[in-house]
Write a protein that binds this ligand. Structure first.
Ligand SMILES: [Zn+2]
Length: 419
């Protein structure tokens, strides 16, 4: 151990880039070298109908060469951090702990925000992500972004990773991924993750029907086309799974709840599609709940956590809030109340595109799943797939164990996997 930490210190001191660690770290363990390769691609905010509507030709060709789901159904809430982490852990958001993009933890009395705390491993430690399971077996992994890959989780990281940077070009990401997959077999990562943000960004800013979303789809597709072309010369053939975390919809209108109740004495976390309310004071919560319910609004519903619809899997974690206010349709909810240690938030009106709603009520929240490769049956009829099953399929392809409490993706494996 001493030698190992000395080597690590020297590596850090010599200023090696994250990706150089594939050359300097331990090679793949002999037991892992003959196992398959998997490239897991995440395209944020890509809705199934965008494929044809905005001509995602390279993406479509992947599903035609292999298979694609009618839709990939996100876990609740249909937002980025909860869902990308569900797909690499096989656990619902309330089980892995990243329950929303922003939330409060009543046990530690700390706030999580994806803008501030994304690199802190403690928030992710409720589950073991796929890359750490691989690394434990001596299988090397590399990431050009994925939720959690820049954090040290339970003392581990991917062998190669980068701190998230929204400015990194698609060309740079694709070039690096190809470079990794062409390393000699003892150094070549068996799991590589890659992430694209531009469809979601354009969708939020301009709305899902805007020409800017078409342009973002085209940009991602260009990167995918050059990636898939380059992969043709990589042997053995790499399995490719391409997913999105959720879809998008233009919200109907903004509903300002500020004057609907007295918010004093509680913590409020605005999520747009839902509002999470926290307090240790049961009486205070009861009053607030009664006040909101007396209002009889068709725009939202108020739930105590343990009374939320079962299919949301959102009753069990105190991080989900004590009271949860859900938009009844596609309203954007807002409370202008600033809890103690949260940054003041201005009310700029709703975003042009939003997500986070229950996909059962708002089907536009559904995402995509396309894939092809030596371990994926071509032409499989997948139908709609629950995104908690993606992890099990990925683990099966890589020959990795599924930890207790994680979903093994039995249905998806049965329909799609081939040895
Ligand atoms: Zn988004």
């Amino acid at each position: 151990m001493k030698t190992l930490s000395l080597i690590l210190t020297l590596l850090l001191a010599s200023g090696l880039n994250a990706d150089d660690r594939l050359r300097s770290a331990q090679p793949n363990a002999p037991s892992e070298r003959k196992k398959p390769y998997l490239l897991l691609i995440g395209v944020d905010g890509y809705r199934p109908d965008f494929v044809d509507k905005y001509n995602g030709a390279a993406l479509k060709a992947l599903g035609e060469r292999g298979s694609h789901a009618t839709a990939l159904v996100p876990s609740f809430p249909s937002t980025t951090f909860p869902n990308f982490y569900t797909m690499v852990t096989g656990m619902r958001p309330q089980a892995h702990g990243l329950v929303s993009m922003q939330f409060y933890d009543p046990q530690t009395r700390e706030f999580f925000s994806y803008t501030r705390n994304a690199a802190e491993g403690k928030w992710y430690s409720g589950a073991m992500p796929l890359w750490n399971i691989a690394e434990q077996q001596g299988m090397r992994t590399a990431s050009y972004f994925w939720v959690g890959t820049e954090a040290e989780i339970r003392g581990m990281r991917p062998t190669a990773y980068f701190p998230y940077n929204a400015q990194t070009t698609s060309e740079a990401k694709v070039a690096k991924v190809i470079e990794w997959l062409k390393l000699p077999e003892d150094r070549r990562p068996h799991l590589v993750t890659l992430y694209f943000s531009q469809v979601d960004s354009a969708g939020h800013r301009y709305g899902p029907e805007a020409p800017q979303v078409r342009a973002a789809v085209a940009e991602v597709d260009k990167a995918l086309a050059s990636l898939f072309r380059a992969l043709e010369s990589v042997k053995p053939e790499v399995n490719v799974l391409l997913v999105s975390d959720h879809g998008l919809i233009a919200p109907s209108r903004q509903v300002d709840l500020t004057n609907h109740a007295d918010w004093s004495g509680v913590r409020v976390v605005n999520g747009g599609t839902q509002v999470l309310v926290y307090s240790d004071d049961k009486e205070r919560l009861r009053k607030l709940e009664a006040e909101l319910k007396a209002r009889v609004s068709s725009d939202y519903r108020v739930y105590r956590r343990d009374q939320l619809p079962k299919h949301l899997y959102y009753r069990d974690n105190p991080r989900n809030g004590d009271l949860i206010i859900l938009a009844s349709g596609t309203q954007s909810l807002y409370v202008n109340y600033n809890p103690d240690n949260q940054k003041k938030r201005g009310n700029d009106g709703p975003l042009a595109g939003m997500h986070g709603y229950d996909p059962k009520i708002v089907p536009e929240m559904k995402g995509i799943l396309h894939g092809a490769g030596p371990n994926l049956k071509p032409g499989a009829k997948l139908g709609e797939v629950d995104n908690i099953e993606v992890f099990g399929l990925a683990a099966k392809i890589l020959g990795l164990p599924v930890p207790a409490g994680a979903n093994a993706g039995k249905n998806l494996v049965k329909r799609w996997y081939r040895p």
